[in-house]
Design a protein around this ligand. Structure first.
Ligand SMILES: [Zn+2]
Length: 377
């Protein structure tokens, strides 16, 4: 089949939609789609952070190919952490560009401006709720605050409008925010309400555009965390002077002492220090294990030049980040991701014409877009 004949497709990338949210919420529409179409419990890419997973889904490939392994990277030239927002750092074409070359137009609807900066140029219609244009505000109203569940409903209203009024757009990518998942566990009534509303909007999308193919997945799950460790300060207490440690989960809130995550990229002053530092880090309570850059790249299909000298994996209740002290107990209700424990996510396809995905070949979130590409490109 040729891309020009592509069935209209909506990719629903629900940020932070761990498998427990799928299980614990009634979701009558999505669960019917799952039953009648294809569904499976799948895995997110490690590290379980938005950019690595979102870009993997958008490029239908592992990070070892597209190169995005972090939200935030260590810039050796300036000795500082920098946010990954440069589209040129993505080393393979996005599905938007690949389908565009076949005459398919795409729309990207995202909460975060960082996603727009990274891949918006390959789409024909792009909206970031964080920074909407005047035209968008005129048509859809001002978006609700970024830190709300309502911003996700606003985004879906635009998706419904495109599905109703823009038949020229064949591929729609909806990327919601995980703010509600950071705030509320799957069983929390406020989460149930958020998921119920998203489910209604999914139902509305399917009603206004009944011949559409829906691919549903997530970038990571979410877990309650108890403790944060500043690895640089912890190492300093043990007499080790790390060159840098970066929390790959951090985004623009880094300055506010947030941006913790269940993984850290540690940079050394000299390669000779590696065995001793690794040994020390492995014994820090809250650390599950440590890997060298090549071990991590091999195991998780990452690009070795774009991770640290040592990759430190947290246990289920711990996150890493910059703190005033070496350690901090986190407030009750603090929820985050980044570790190996936030990998379970749903994979759902519904409404596809012809053969659906082969369950044997579907493992990772980006296998859904890989299937789409292998079907139409
Ligand atoms: Zn995310």
């Amino acid at each position: 089949m040729d891309g020009a004949d592509m069935q209209r497709t909506v990719i629903c990338m629900y940020d932070g939609f761990g498998f427990d949210y799928f299980e614990e919420s009634p979701l009558p529409v999505m669960k019917r789609m799952a039953r009648e179409g294809f569904h499976k419990k799948g895995k997110a890419i490690f590290p379980t952070l938005t950019n690595a997973n979102n870009i993997s889904i958008i490029c239908a490939s592992w990070p070892e190919k597209h190169g995005v392994t972090t939200n935030c990277f260590f810039d050796e030239a300036t000795n500082t952490a920098r946010f990954l927002e440069d589209a040129d750092l993505i080393l393979v074409p996005t599905i938007f560009r690949r389908f565009r070359s076949k005459g398919v137009r795409s729309a990207l609807l995202t909460c975060k401006d960082k996603t727009l900066k990274l891949v918006g140029r390959d789409t024909d219609f792009a909206v970031a709720a964080e920074a909407p244009s005047a035209d968008i505000v005129a048509r859809y109203g001002a978006p609700p605050p970024m830190y709300s569940a309502e911003v996700n409903y606003w985004l879906w209203t635009i998706a419904l409008d495109i599905l109703s009024n823009r038949p020229d757009i064949g591929l729609i990518y909806v990327h919601t925010t995980d703010y509600p998942m950071h705030k509320w566990a799957a069983q929390d009534p406020r989460s149930l309400e958020h998921m119920a509303r998203l489910d209604e909007l999914l139902g509305a999308a399917s009603s206004v555009s009944p011949d559409t193919n829906f691919l549903i997945t997530a970038d990571h799950g979410m877990n309650p965390k108890r403790k944060c460790i500043d690895l640089r300060k912890t190492c300093a207490l043990g007499g080790i002077d790390l060159r840098f440690s970066v929390s790959p989960v951090a985004d623009r809130l880094l300055e506010h002492h947030r941006g913790f995550g269940g993984v850290s990229y540690v940079y050394l002053r000299s390669e000779k220090e590696l065995p001793a530092v690794r040994d020390f880090l492995a014994k820090v309570p809250g650390v599950d294990k440590t890997l060298t850059r090549h071990e991590a790249a091999g195991l998780y299909h990452l690009m070795p030049e774009r991770v640290g000298d040592i990759i430190v994996l947290a246990d289920k209740e711990t996150v890493f980040g910059d703190l005033p002290e070496a350690e901090e107990e986190l407030a009750r209700g603090y929820r985050n991701h980044g570790s190996l424990y936030e990998q379970d996510i749903p994979l759902i396809a519904y409404g596809f014409a012809g053969n659906g995905p082969d369950p044997e070949e579907m493992h990772m979130n980006f296998d859904l877009t890989q299937w789409l590409c292998s079907t139409y490109l």
